[in-house]
Design a protein around this ligand. Structure first.
Ligand SMILES: *[C@@H]1O[C@H](CO)[C@@H](O)[C@H](O)[C@H]1NC(C)=O
Ligand SMILES: *[C@@H]1O[C@H](CO)[C@@H](O)[C@H](O)[C@H]1NC(C)=O
Ligand SMILES: *[C@@H]1O[C@H](CO)[C@@H](O)[C@H](O)[C@H]1NC(C)=O
Ligand SMILES: *[C@@H]1O[C@H](CO)[C@@H](O)[C@H](O)[C@H]1NC(C)=O
Ligand SMILES: *[C@@H]1O[C@H](CO)[C@@H](O)[C@H](O)[C@H]1NC(C)=O
Ligand SMILES: *[C@@H]1O[C@H](CO)[C@@H](O)[C@H](O)[C@H]1NC(C)=O
Length: 501
């Protein structure tokens, strides 16, 4: 803008020499009123419509008259060392992507990003940033992606991310962080939608397992290439993430801590646990009751040092928590005890423990807990579940009977009856009927779990002229028999010559 202003001043000088005050005023008005529309691509940069690239120009100062219509500004591969608050004189209203990677930035002044309020992607990778301050990212309320990898970040001060409400992806790999920046998740106003956090290639020696297990988006936390100390808690977390097939542990299996040298690592599980299959079970209890849920795949007595976490719908509890007021507690053998069950306790519970084995795809470390008042829906005080079972059995029987009837009708209508051509040819016509394993009657034979009834050949000459009449009767009889007797007397009914006529 200063260069534009100086051009303007020289322009008015020329105008003044021609002694035309009107044209001078017009020129001045143009210069002052529409500087942005005049701003064209500055000399060190390359512009393509709304993209401005000033990459690799050894800039240590920013070109001042950057076009305001830019949506993408690339200042990478330069020699910028600081970002002052007035690095551009007027806000970029449309800028969505700002690339500042591969510079020497070590300082970002307060409100430096106030001029880019609608930024979505900010790339500050490969710089010299060491400490992130409360003021570093103020105003970036719409930012979705922040690249900070390959810096020297040792410290992230509280409140650094408090304005980044929309942040989804944060890359912090290749820095010098020694403690997990859990504040990112807990800070008020912070990035509650953060789904991706890359902390690989840092100096983390431990991670807050319990806190990570309670995060809604644990599936995007990258921890590979950190000098993590492998204990039973970390092993439990990593095994859980493996079982969940989370990308960070699946994609970097080789570099994930604990995995490669798990044989030399801690001994967390008993040998007996190896053979126990992990099956999904459902535990039902009435409200107010106290009950226990065993941890799938854990032996009855656990190894010294074993850590068991239970991820419940509302809390995460672990076996070293010793809070007597807590309704939920983990017994030393990993069993979860729920006291005074509430209906809200219903849900899926995961038992996170180091079992030191590989999980088959069908296995599950989760169980289902249902807390409800089952006495309401039942009759005569019997549990709801058994009446549901009765209903299910009855329904299954009815459905199989209906299918059988349809099959019988199809058979009778669609098969050309050989009785017409050859008398006695109808012998051996087989009909699949409803099965009832408890019943063995004459004239019936079990074949592949189905009961098969054989009809005796009819007397010669009978019903030859009207093959469909007995079929109709037969269908009617069977239907009637099934509906009345629940398939019990079907065999007898069919062999009864009176009904067949
Ligand atoms: C970058 O700036 C520093 C001083 O700020 C200077 O010494 C160095 O030569 C510059 N490097 C390049 C490549 O321009
Ligand atoms: C944060 O503040 C410290 C101390 O005031 C300063 O040295 C550092 O450069 C600041 N960080 C950034 C990214 O500006
Ligand atoms: C978080 O994401 C959800 C779904 O993508 C969205 O509806 C919500 O507005 C987001 N919240 C913030 C603070 O961006
Ligand atoms: C277990 O739970 C307690 C209390 O909630 C917590 O202080 C502790 O850090 C947890 N242990 C681990 C290894 O996460
Ligand atoms: C765990 O311990 C409790 C109490 O000591 C016991 O009732 C329960 O049966 C044990 N669970 C298993 C799976 O051994
Ligand atoms: C369960 O429902 C029955 C019938 O509505 C009621 O009498 C009983 O108090 C309920 N029990 C609980 C624990 O809510």
């Amino acid at each position: 803008m200063r260069s534009t202003a100086s051009q303007c001043l020289s322009g008015t000088d020329i105008g003044g020499s021609h002694s035309n005050p009107a044209s001078a005023a017009l020129l001045l008005l143009l210069c002052l009123g529409f500087p942005s529309s005049v701003a064209s691509c500055p000399p060190p940069c390359i512009c393509a419509s709304d993209i401005v690239s000033c990459s690799g120009r050894s800039l240590s100062m920013l070109p001042f008259d950057l076009p305001r219509y830019a949506t993408r500004l690339d200042l990478s591969h330069n020699n910028l060392s600081a970002l002052p608050p007035d690095w551009v004189p007027r806000p970029f209203e449309r800028l969505a992507t700002l690339v500042l990677s591969r510079n020497s930035l070590s300082r970002i002044e307060v409100n430096a990003f106030a001029v880019t309020p609608h930024l979505l992607h900010l790339d500050l990778s490969s710089n010299q940033l060491a400490v992130l301050n409360l003021s570093t990212f103020t105003g970036l309320k719409e930012l979705e992606e922040l690249l900070l990898f390959d810096n020297q970040i040792v410290q992230i001060n509280p409140g650094t991310f408090r304005d980044l409400h929309s942040l989804q992806k944060l890359y912090l790999s290749g820095n010098r962080l020694a403690t997990f920046p859990l504040g990112i998740y807990w800070e008020p106003g912070g990035p509650h939608n953060l789904t991706f956090l890359d902390l690989s290639h840092n100096r983390l020696s431990e991670v807050p397992v319990q806190s990570l297990l309670s995060l809604p988006h644990q599936d995007g936390i990258y921890l590979q290439e950190n000098p993590l100390v492998c204990d039973c808690a970390l092993l439990a977390l990593l095994e859980f993430w493996m079982w969940k097939q989370y990308h960070p542990v699946m994609d970097f299996k080789g570099e994930t801590p604990c995995r490669s040298d798990s044989r030399q690592g801690p001994v967390c599980s008993q040998q007996g646990a190896l053979d126990m299959p992990l099956v999904t079970k459902t535990y039902q209890e009435e409200p107010g009751k106290t009950f226990r849920v065993p941890c799938p795949g854990l032996a009855s007595s656990t190894q010294e040092g074993q850590m068991v976490f239970w991820v419940t719908p509302r809390f995460v509890v672990n076996s070293s928590t010793n809070d007597p007021d807590s309704r939920l507690r983990v017994l030393p053998n990993g069993t979860l005890e729920i006291q005074g069950a509430l209906v809200e306790d219903t849900g899926t519970y995961g038992c996170v423990a180091a079992r030191q084995r590989l999980y088959e795809s069908y296995e599950s470390v989760e169980v289902t807990v249902v807390v409800g008042n089952f006495s309401t829906a039942s009759t005569g005080g019997s549990p709801h579940r058994s009446s549901a079972e009765h209903f299910n059995t009855a329904f299954t029987t009815l459905a199989s009977c209906v299918i059988s009837i349809i099959l019988v009708l199809l058979y009778l209508y669609l098969t050309p009856c050989r009785c017409r051509e050859r008398s006695g040819g109808c012998g051996g016509r087989a009909i699949v009927l409803c099965s009832d394993p408890r019943e063995v009657e004459s004239g019936q034979r079990r074949s592949n779990g189905k009961r098969v009834a054989f009809l005796e050949p009819q007397a010669e000459g009978s019903d030859i002229g009207s093959p469909k009449t007995p079929a109709m009767n037969l269908g009617h009889v069977i239907t009637e028999g099934i509906l009345k007797n629940g398939s019990r007397k079907v065999g007898q009914t069919l062999t009864d010559p009176v009904h067949m006529a």
